[in-house]
Design a protein around this ligand. Structure first.
Ligand code: GNR
Ligand code: NI
Length: 167
């Protein structure tokens, strides 16, 4: 299995809009396995293909306490959203930065599974927030870019300072 490395903000490749998966085949299934491995190793509760520099519309999510409920969504689409959630979010591509964002509390997602079959999934709370966070990655958006300009400037300064100090 290929060990995938995770792109770090502000890497411009994180702004790539991912292309739909045309055919779910063994290559896609292998990518999903590698993404799951990278997510669990990090550790994180979700990962988008964008973050491992594979610009296809694939996300994996596991918000279960025992890390035993892997969900994979290929070409995910939100078909329904309701309510408001405001949760502190983090991102494997922006390590050490946690900020609150407003999201839908409950969502219904339509996607293909690893067999290429369409399915729908309802999520709420952390799982719903995580799926929305991952779907943003597929559109080239990193969560910090939804914050105010001031907060983004401060986060970029913090990341640069950290980079300087690690040299
Ligand atoms: O590991 C992660 N935790 C998290 C916490 C709150 C809201 C979203 C997330 S997703 C993040 C992993 C990640 O960067 N996915 O893109
Ligand atoms: Ni993220």
């Amino acid at each position: 299995m290929a060990k995938l490395s995770i792109l770090l903000y502000p890497d411009p490749r994180l702004h790539t809009v991912a292309a739909p998966v045309a055919q779910v085949n063994d290559e896609i299934r292998q990518l999903i396995k590698d993404m799951a491995q990278a997510m669990y190793a990090a550790p994180g509760v979700g990962l988008a293909a964008t973050q491992v520099d594979r610009h296809l519309r694939i996300i994996v999510v596991d918000t279960s306490p025992a890390h035993d409920n892997l969900l994979a969504f290929i070409n995910p689409e939100l078909v329904q959203t309701s309510g408001d959630a405001e949760l502190e979010e983090g991102c494997l591509s922006v390590p050490g930065i946690y900020e609150k964002l407003k999201r839908a509390q409950k969502i219904r997602v339509r996607a293909l599974n690893a067999e290429g079959e369409p399915f729908e999934h309802e999520a709420e709370g952390l799982q719903a927030v995580c799926i929305q966070h991952e779907m943003d990655h597929l559109d080239g958006k990193v969560f910090v870019e939804k914050l105010s300009r001031l907060k983004q400037t401060r986060i970029l300064a913090k990341l640069k300072k950290r980079e300087r100090e690690s040299e």
